[in-house]
Design a binder for this molecule. Structure first.
Ligand code: GCU
Length: 137
């Protein structure tokens, strides 16, 4: 199955802004989440089949401190995912996890879990069941 890109700037944003002042993003910009607990980006991802899929978040964190986020699928119990320092705001990396999606529409919400807020979020790549490729950077 292919990897599908979902830009953060096209997702639902709560307490954050679309910006483009740091280079290296894909699409038309990235989301700068407010620096507080609870700011989030929520994507709606359409899956042809139920099964385990790879989620890869492309982000930048120009501070020294990690900015963990709670990842919730379809409103379920959140899983904490670490977003470490990337050293500079124009330096982008990915962090990934595998999760079960249902057939049809799925919501994937990434919520800041510390007072520093989340990292700058560029996009989410979703890699479907049976895919042996790595998610694209
Ligand atoms: C800086 C940076 C922003 C970033 C922010 C933050 O202001 O320019 O892109 O979002 O720090 O700490 O979250």
């Amino acid at each position: 199955a292919p990897t599908t890109e979902y830009q953060a700037e096209s997702a639902t944003i709560s307490q954050g802004a679309v910006e483009s002042n740091h280079p290296g993003y894909t699409g038309s910009g990235f989301v700068n989440l407010d620096n507080l607990v609870g700011s989030y980006v929520q994507w709606t991802v359409s899956s042809a089949t139920a099964g385990t899929q790879g989620l890869s978040f492309r982000f930048a964190n120009g501070t020294a401190d990690a900015r963990p986020m709670d990842i919730s699928i379809n409103g379920g119990a959140p899983v904490s995912l670490n977003f470490p320092s990337t050293g500079a705001w124009p330096t982008w990396q990915t962090v990934s996890l595998n999760t079960a999606l249902t057939a049809g529409a799925n919501t994937i919400r990434a919520t800041s879990s510390t007072a520093n807020g989340g990292p700058n979020l560029d996009k989410l790549d979703v890699t479907g069941p049976g895919d042996t490729e790595k998610p694209t950077a």
